[in-house]
Write a protein that binds this ligand. Structure first.
Ligand SMILES: Cc1cc2nc3c(=O)[nH]c(=O)nc-3n(C[C@H](O)[C@H](O)[C@H](O)COP(=O)(O)OP(=O)(O)OC[C@H]3O[C@@H](n4cnc5c(N)ncnc54)[C@H](O)[C@@H]3O)c2cc1C
Length: 394
């Protein structure tokens, strides 16, 4: 059977939150877009994660700058999507378990505050006044006012649907099998069902980006970093804040510690985080391990998540655990996302490698990619995120 022939301005490969947000921004600006995915929009990380939209959990520098810009875009984007995505303001608390970490976290809080965030350390004795569910044994905490949360699953589908409403063509459950490359640019992508010719291509395949890049000779070194989460039934009195521990920041920033530490929690990349969903259930995490593409949750990981959560929020001891699941964070060895135009294939742009930050960073990533596709300058200096940094290193 002959394959369907489709001609568009831009083909977006990958319909997770990043690809869907790129497709939405591109279609909204009047371009003809195809959104291609071998599965469906929430098949990857965007359907197996939390939806905490924060600045304080981001690495200082370009990632934090992206988070500030992205969080500012969220309210208008959600309003434009029109659907219910469980976008809500929820203040967050960064809890410090050990005295030894206090000065490091206080310095981090100063850095976050300098970006314009409303964050401050709070006195030890005031912690439980702000958050009565917390164990009073904490060494300290920082309170952020004005963080948000969203249902990542609903947000991803809302973006994909909004792209289609703007005229984008969905090629879902349709796997790219070959590319036609000539004269330093890609002419078309062949999928199981179609041959899609496009002026420009956006690669947004999350943890599958390395394999996708290899199909056209690009090095896109994204590695899956598994994260496990536990979901409880709804609580009568859930925490008022999204809770994140100082150790979460360390586990995220220092993947090498997991290789050498004698501490089993550090080896699991454990860092406590708790978010309450719109239904009052708690999503509690998380671990960080390099386990290939294995998306199962382990007894070891789930056990650590539950016992460490109860240590910080004692009332969770009576909570009913409903299920556990795992997602794969798209990790890049230099710990920065990859966003920009390839210098090697001039009509390919890459948008991936957001690790544990992709739900937060989707709006700014979509806006940046749309600007670059249209030949406009980026609203932030994203030179450090260029896909060419790996090709150069090689
Ligand atoms: C446990 C956990 C908790 C998290 N919590 C948060 C949080 O609170 N806040 C936050 O901001 N972020 C969080 N994240 C991070 C976030 O989930 C990811 O950064 C984000 O989902 C990545 O989106 P993506 O679109 O790049 O990837 P994905 O959602 O994985 O989408 C990639 C898509 O590409 C498709 N694909 C695969 N191969 C190909 C191919 N060859 N061609 C075309 N398409 C292809 C896949 O089918 C998939 O649909 C968390 C992640 C995990 C695992």
């Amino acid at each position: 059977m002959d394959k369907q022939r489709i001609a568009v301005d831009v083909a977006v490969l990958g319909a997770g939150i990043i690809g869907s947000c790129c497709a939405y921004n591109l279609a909204r600006s009047g371009l003809k877009v195809a959104l291609i995915d071998p599965a469906r929009p929430t098949a990857g990380s965007s359907g197996a994660c939390d939806g905490f939209l924060s600045v304080s959990t981001k690495a200082p520098g370009i990632t934090m700058d992206l988070a500030v810009a992205s969080r500012a875009l969220y309210p208008d984007l959600v309003a434009a999507l029109g659907g219910e995505v469980e976008f809500e303001r929820q203040d967050s608390m960064l809890v410090v378990e050990d005295e030894a970490d206090l000065s490091k976290i206080a310095a981090h809080v100063d850095t976050v505050r300098a970006t314009g965030s409303d964050i401050a350390m709070i006195e030890r004795r005031a912690i439980c006044t702000h958050e009565p569910t917390l164990n009073p044994d904490m060494a300290g905490a920082a309170l952020t006012r004005g963080d948000f949360k969203v249902s990542p699953y609903r947000m991803t589908f809302a973006l994909a649907r909004a792209a289609l409403a703007q005229g984008a063509i969905a090629l879902w459950n349709d796997k790219p099998v070959a590319f036609d490359i000539a004269g330093g640019s890609v002419r078309s992508v062949e999928t199981d069902r179609a041959i899609v010719t496009a002026e420009q291509f956006v690669f947004a395949a999350g943890v599958w980006s390395e394999a996708l890049g290899a199909m056209v000779g690009l090095t896109i070194p994204v590695v899956p970093r598994r994260g496990e989460l536990v979901v409880t039934d709804r609580l009568a009195a859930p925490p008022r804040h999204v809770l994140v521990s100082a150790k979460y920041l360390t586990a995220k920033a220092d993947p090498d510690a997991a290789k050498t530490s004698p501490d089993p929690l550090v080896r699991l990349g454990h860092g406590f985080v708790l978010e309450t969903t719109a239904t009052g259930q708690c999503v509690i995490g998380s671990t960080r391990t390099f386990s290939g593409f294995d998306r199962s949750s382990s007894a070891e990981g789930v056990g650590a998540i539950v016992s460490e959560a109860v240590r910080r929020v004692p009332s969770l001891a009576r909570a009913q655990v409903l299920r556990s699941f795992a997602g794969l964070r798209p990790f890049v060895p230099d710990k920065k996302p990859i966003i920009g135009r390839s210098g090697r294939l001039s009509n390919v742009l890459v948008a991936t490698g957001h690790e544990g930050d992709g739900i937060t960073l989707a709006p700014i990533t979509g806006a940046l990619i749309a600007a670059l596709v249209r030949g406009q300058s980026a609203s932030l200096d994203i030179t450090a995120l260029t896909p060419d940094r790996f090709a150069t290193a090689a």
